[in-house]
Ligand binder design. Structure first.
Ligand code: NAP
Length: 326
């Protein structure tokens, strides 16, 4: 049962320049919130301002707890969405220490800041399906064991446990959104959907000749970020904080992205797509598929955008970008 307090509509967002941050900002602006976001000196704020010009930005890094504390005291947000951090699972094998600092240690620092506030704040923490990692029996729900298989997954597991611990120990309103993979045209070619779209468009234009992937058969649960940020907001409208799995509930193979995106561009993917072990990560998770029964029952949330629409939207956005003059 949602219980919204319409007199308190100030949200503070870390990671506001990221994929989820920009969609969440759009959603909250539509709902009449005053939005404050934390950005770094190096952040590219253009994408954010292109979609949502009416936001207040404050400079800090996640590591700068003095600046963060000052921002919290100045803004006094009623809702806080903690989305920031190194978000690439594969990169976390290359840069494990900074990944851990940003995701795990910074979350601890932020929870301490929130604990010291002299008013009740509602906190959303961006957890991840990567906490389930090698979990054997899909689909996973909120009770499934944590078995991370990457430095990223380990850091998210630590931060998720911390949020549970602070919620229970200090009666804080903290919810973990255990989000399965979600994509959109706002994610770059470093991530698999963007990579496939980017190569398909380049091959169509004669700028590339092939696309190499680690596998085509790996199955994952992918949804659209625009759907998933609605669940973040719903979590903070509940009287009681809790943990929620947010997912499409449907497995899709990498091959499904390839077929839809190459098909859109009228390319026969078999001529261009290669599989190479050099693309393997040191350890891959098991079959991660989300069970959203709790989110559907308690939050009234369900995904609305299909996998096929998502794939087409992404490849179309890369096609449009390719047509723009440099
Ligand atoms: P994203 O597009 O990579 O955005 C990450 C954001 O974090 C950016 O705004 C980035 O700012 C900021 N950031 C990174 N390090 C920072 C630091 N040291 N100090 C301050 N800001 C920092 O990620 P996303 O896809 O929106 O994901 C949002 C959150 O959900 C992340 O925590 C991610 O791990 C988690 N998550 C994502 C998925 C998914 O499939 N997308 C699934 C589960 C969980 P800059 O612009 O300065 O780089």
């Amino acid at each position: 049962m949602a219980s919204t307090n319409f007199s308190q509509k100030t949200a503070l967002i870390t990671g506001i320049t990221g994929q989820d941050g920009t969609y969440l900002t759009q959603l909250l602006l539509e709902k009449g919130y005053e939005i404050h976001g934390i950005v770094r000196k190096t952040s590219n704020i253009n994408r954010l301002l292109e979609h949502t010009p009416h936001v207040h930005l404050h400079y800090s890094d996640l590591a700068d707890s003095t600046a963060l504390r000052r921002i919290f005291n100045r803004v006094r947000p009623s809702e806080f969405y903690h989305l920031a951090g190194q978000s690439h699972v594969g990169f976390s094998f290359e840069i494990p220490q900074s990944t851990y600092q940003e995701i795990a240690i910074s979350t601890l620092g932020i929870l301490e800041i929130c604990r010291d506030l002299d008013y009740p704040i509602r906190i959303y923490h961006a957890s991840s399906s990567e906490i389930f990692g090698a979990c054997q029996n899909p689909p996973q729900n909120e009770e499934s064991p944590f078995r991370p298989t990457s430095p990223y997954g380990c850091a998210k597991t630590f931060a998720t446990h911390l949020c549970n611990t602070y919620r229970r120990s200090y009666q804080m309103h903290i919810s973990n959104g255990i989000l399965f993979n979600h994509e959109s045209p706002r994610r770059g070619p470093n991530y698999v959907a963007g990579k496939i779209a980017s190569y398909a468009v380049q091959i169509k234009q004669g700028l590339a000749t092939e696309l190499t992937l680690a596998t085509l058969e790996t199955e994952r649960d992918w949804g659209h970020a625009q759907d998933y940020v609605k669940a973040m907001w719903l979590m903070l409208q509940q009287e009681k904080p809790d943990n929620y799995v947010i997912a499409s509930g449907k497995p899709h193979r990498l091959l499904d992205w390839v077929e839809i995106m190459f098909g859109r561009l009228e390319l026969d993917w078999r001529k261009y797509v290669k599989v190479s072990e050099s693309e393997f990560r040191p350890q891959e998770p098991g079959k991660l598929i989300g069970d959203t029964t709790k989110a559907q029952t308690v939050l009234g949330w369900k995904p609305e955008i299909s996998f096929e629409s998502l794939a087409l939207e992404i490849v179309d956005s890369y096609s449009k970008k390719a047509l723009q003059p440099l």
